[in-house]
Design a protein around this ligand. Structure first.
Ligand SMILES: [Zn+2]
Length: 260
């Protein structure tokens, strides 16, 4: 199965990435997308795709790092360079995060807008959206961008049901992490249970957010995406294998991994 969103370049995973990939394979997780969160990180992730034929990568500026990348020319240059690489399968992650006071929202919005303009130049690539406590603003900016809603995935969904409905009405995909399995987050499990089957994907967002029943294990790893799948399948009364086949087909279609 596919882990559609992990950060293999982050310290707790990068130093032992061979082992992480081998353990994932043993757990049936044979493909993964290592998502870039800054131009430097995206280069590192691209480097991993050259070492492993079952890793793909992305290029983008995460809102948390938007204040470190204030030079638009530099950001655009890296995006244009990496977006041309066959193993780079998406732009992002990019978006808005209101959970912490910094960086200021205007800086986050500007970084998002630059990247959405770049997305017009790279029309072949889907776009990974990070949204935390900023659904309305994010959707407004995405609508204004004029980009096709079907190009977007809202990763690591943690919102309310009305936010889910708004994202679905917009037309984006929605992806769920280990948070969905936390007993304190039944509203997210409810959201995963009512997702249309052709719009849902799953991910680990490792090294963070280890799913139950391994929640105390740190760091999280791609191998645990199977636990996210099993949990949501149970909530939907589906056989886990059927659910995995469904989300994998969605990921294949969305990221076009087969042809890259
Ligand atoms: Zn992420």
């Amino acid at each position: 199965m596919i882990d559609t969103h992990c950060h293999l370049t982050y310290e707790p995973l990068l130093g032992r990435v061979e082992d992480v990939v081998a353990q994932a394979k043993r757990a049936g997780v044979d493909r993964m997308i290592s998502v870039g969160t800054s131009p430097d990180d995206a280069r590192l992730a691209l480097g991993l795709t050259r070492r492993f034929d079952n890793i793909w990568s992305t290029v983008g500026v995460h809102p948390h790092y938007s204040d470190k990348w204030l030079d638009r020319g530099a950001v655009d240059a890296v995006i244009d360079e990496l977006a041309a690489e066959p193993r780079v399968v998406a732009l992002g992650e990019m978006g808005l995060d209101r959970h912490y006071p910094d960086p200021p929202m205007e800086v986050q919005c500007r970084a998002l807008s630059w990247q959405l303009e770049a997305a017009h130049r790279h029309a072949q690539l889907p776009i990974i959206i990070h949204n935390r406590e900023a659904t309305d603003e994010t959707l407004a900016i995405l609508r204004d961008s004029g980009l096709a809603p079907s190009r977007f995935v809202f990763h690591c969904f943690t919102g309310r049901l009305d936010e889910l409905e708004a994202i679905l009405a917009f037309g984006a995909m929605v992806s769920f992490t280990g948070i969905t399995t936390f007993p304190s987050a039944t509203y997210i499990a409810d959201a995963a249970a009512r997702m249309p089957l052709d719009r849902i994907m799953i991910e680990t967002d490792s090294p963070y957010l280890t799913p139950e029943p391994h929640r105390k294990v740190r760091p999280n790893e791609p191998k645990y995406v199977a636990d996210v799948a099993a949990f949501i399948a149970r909530r939907r009364d589906m056989a886990p294998a059927d659910f995995v086949a469904t989300v994998d087909a969605n990921a294949d279609r969305f990221f076009r991994l087969q042809s890259r």
